[in-house]
Ligand binder design. Structure first.
Ligand code: MN
Length: 129
């Protein structure tokens, strides 16, 4: 079965760039454009990993992460925070909300792919099927 990645990102350029490299690597891509849609699509599609922008319309990525991590149905899905803010507190806030990893934008698409692969491999070890 193919590995599904949910990309929650309101920036069209980032959706295209990160989406393209993930699809090229063979992942099934699901795109959400705001935090509410991200939570809804996470529940509907049960992705193997979520790339979560922090600054999002309707509901920010921290709140969306808290909701998904508080729900036993989605709590085990690894979430990688994406933020444009290079402020020191943002990493702590993302991890405190339940994010499993953190990338600061601008981030090379190659680096995004590496981090996705690293966490998919980790979760495969943690949840043998
Ligand atoms: Mn954004």
């Amino acid at each position: 079965m193919k590995t599904t990645i949910l990309l929650v990102e309101d920036n069209a350029d980032n959706q295209v760039i990160y989406g393209a490299i993930l699809e090229h690597a063979g992942f099934v891509l699901v795109a959400a454009w705001d935090g509410e849609e991200g939570v809804r699509l996470a529940r509907e599609r049960m992705p193997d990993l979520i790339l979560m922008d922090i600054s999002l319309p309707k509901m920010d990525g921290l709140q969306a992460t808290r909701i998904l991590k508080a729900d036993p149905a989605t709590a085990r899905i690894p979430i990688v925070a994406l933020t444009a803010h290079a402020m020191a507190g943002d990493r702590a806030r993302a991890l405190d909300a339940g994010c499993d990893a953190y990338l600061t934008k601008p981030v090379e698409p190659k680096r995004v792919l590496e981090e996705v692969k690293r966490l998919i491999a980790l979760s495969a070890v943690a949840q043998p099927s």
